[in-house]
Design a binder for this molecule. Structure first.
Ligand code: SAM
Length: 280
């Protein structure tokens, strides 16, 4: 019996339901329920919150989220083999777990969720960044979620929290930090997973800000940042050529030296540049 509920240990669940891990689905499972409860705690107080979980697999993190008091968990899982294991969890937590079989990139979960909403997941590596970018770039802000508590490969986690001057600093850092507080809250070695992945992992916690940190049009900011980092070794005046007429003047108007490289430019200056470009 596990420490957090009376359901069978995850190794038994995996054996009973024959859930051999599939690489194509990014399956690296967490089997230590103390660890999944610890990850769930990084999401903060979940009582009174609906939680969206992507890729519950055999349900380790799902059990952590429920045991830590989530009002409801909506889990989206692509692998139908996991559904019977998840049904056992749903039976142990009546009316608190709903599972949708499907691809998280295609399913719209909003109809099934009531705010306030937290998102928590040990993300499949192949869709993790794409989902994060979607959650960070909704049409309207604030977004439907209040917090994101997400496991990534360590290298991706570092790109999310990176500061100017570091190699990891780029589009993901700017998208994440413009409208959210982002920090790494937990690091995990490969051995924490079954099977162990090649690289270390980390949990990132993001809290949506009520408003962007600095004013800018989201579409223009995204365009400027994408172009600036597309050729990150070039000086900005060359990397941003063609983005707007008189681009060099606009870079200067934003208080940035045209000879700077994107990785030196802080978020506030990128927002000023987006405003200057928008006036073009
Ligand atoms: N949450 C479980 C854990 O922590 O042990 C499993 C995490 S495993 C890294 C990723 C999970 O995402 C797998 O269960 C996999 O089947 C599922 N998955 C992969 N691609 C998916 C997609 N596009 N939509 C929904 N689930 C997906």
């Amino acid at each position: 019996m596990s420490g957090i509920d009376t359901l069978p240990p995850l190794r038994d669940v995996i054996a009973t339901h024959q859930l051999s891990a599939r690489k194509s689905l990014g399956q690296n499972f967490l089997l230590d329920l103390n660890l999944t409860a610890k990850i769930a705690r990084q999401a903060g107080d979940l009582s009174g919150m609906d939680v969206l979980e992507i890729g519950p697999g055999p349900g380790g993190l799902t059990r952590g989220l429920l045991a830590e008091g989530a009002r409801r968990v909506l889990a989206i899982e692509k692998d139908s083999r996991c559904l019977p294991a998840l049904a056992e969890i749903a039976a142990a937590y009546p009316d608190r777990l709903q599972v949708i079989e499907g691809d998280a990139l295609e399913v719209d979960p909003l109809a099934h969720l009531t705010p306030p909403i937290a998102i928590a997941a040990n993300l499949p590596y192949n869709v993790g960044t794409e989902l994060l970018v979607r959650w960070l770039t909704p049409r309207d802000w604030p977004p439907f979620w209040s917090t994101l508590t997400l496991m990534f490969q360590r290298e991706v986690a570092e790109r999310i929290v990176a500061t100017p001057g570091s190699k990891a600093y780029g589009r993901l850092a700017i998208l994440s930090q413009w409208r959210a507080d982002a920090r790494i809250v937990l690091s995990l070695p490969p051995g924490a997973f079954t099977p162990p992945p090649k690289v270390s992992s980390a949990v990132v916690h993001l809290r949506a800000l009520p408003e962007p940190r600095f004013p800018a049009d989201p579409k223009v900011l995204e365009r400027v940042v994408a172009k600036a980092f597309n050729q990150r070794r070039k000086m900005l005046r060359a990397a941003l050529k063609g983005l707007a007429p008189d681009i060099e003047d606009r870079i200067l108007a934003a208080g940035i030296k045209p000879t700077e490289r994107a990785e030196q430019v802080p978020l506030e200056a990128f927002c000023a540049l987006a405003r200057a470009v928008a006036q073009a």
